[in-house]
Design a protein around this ligand. Structure first.
Ligand SMILES: [Zn+2]
Length: 284
């Protein structure tokens, strides 16, 4: 998921850094911020914590280029993940290529040891989340030309429906992305979920994993389940039963209730798990 940069978010992060350090002052006061780390930690790959507050031990980097895929915005160092995520993305890219859909452009995954990113995402913290751009026709770009976010949106926000950029290739991409059993959720804009629901004339059960969420108009966000051996990984409840094409989806298109004055300030994120602070403190 991506959040729009906002003053309130920056404020929340500012607020958060204080208590987080204070809480672990005795044990890990020297733990560096995860975004300052350039290398994964050693050891058996292990997601730790939760999607929105965690880290990852023993992550690998997805190479800048591979069969059927390219990694975007390499300067951000967000192309790290649990080996299962890398294997998943490579397999998906292979299928996309075999079906002649284009080239898979992979966006943010996690930082080398995971953790909370200073900008852009609330999740992506345990090496199990990845963004994939809907644009499949970019061709293989020189690395310098991948430093961009101006990819085609698939949604006409005023009409709250997909636009003409969203075609059969994009629908097929989501379908292929959802097919792996260890994918737990795929986040897309509500207008995209609606288009998928309307376009599926057969079995809609695969749409259960496809979850409507804010943004996600130019990319889909894939989330893998905790691996079975990951004892420190907090699993998320499975999505609600059913294909999610009914009432729940339609609720996204209703006008918001009238504002009742100023919104409360956002809650500061919780401090990172102690195991993550210890991981950040290991030699970079
Ligand atoms: Zn995302």
């Amino acid at each position: 998921m991506r959040l729009h940069r906002s003053v309130s978010l920056s404020l929340a992060l500012l607020l958060w850094s204080g208590p987080a350090l204070a809480a672990d002052k005795h044990q890990h006061s020297a733990a560096p911020a995860p975004q300052s780390l350039r290398h994964p930690s050693k050891g058996t790959p292990q997601p730790i914590g939760s999607y929105a507050n965690g880290c990852v031990r023993g992550a690998d980097a997805l190479p800048a280029d591979g069969q059927g895929f390219q990694v975007m915005n390499l300067s951000r160092h967000r192309n790290y993940g649990h080996p299962l995520l890398l294997a998943y993305l490579k397999a998906l890219a292979g299928e996309v290529e075999r079906e002649g859909l284009g080239i898979l452009s992979v966006g943010d995954m996690s930082m080398p040891r995971g953790g909370r990113m200073p900008t852009g995402h609330a999740s992506h913290q345990m090496g199990l989340d990845a963004d994939i751009w809907f644009a499949l026709d970019l061709g293989r770009l020189p690395v310098a030309e991948r430093e961009r976010e101006d990819f085609a949106t698939m949604v006409d926000t005023k009409a709250q429906r997909v636009n003409t950029n969203f075609g059969p290739a994009q629908a097929r991409l989501v379908r292929l992305a959802a097919a792996a059993p260890h994918v737990t959720r795929i986040f897309v804009n509500p207008a995209i979920k609606l288009a998928l629901c309307e376009g599926e004339t057969g079995d809609k059960s695969w749409l259960r994993k496809v979850r409507p969420w804010f943004g996600h108009a130019a990319h889909l966000h894939v989330r893998l389940d905790c691996p079975p051996d990951a004892k420190q990984c907090e699993t998320q409840e499975p999505p609600p039963e059913g294909d999610g094409c009914g009432e729940e989806l339609l609720s996204w298109f209703k006008p918001p209730p009238p504002s009742t004055g100023s919104a409360p300030p956002p809650k500061p994120p919780p401090p990172p798990p102690a195991a993550c602070l210890a991981l950040y403190a290991e030699k970079d």
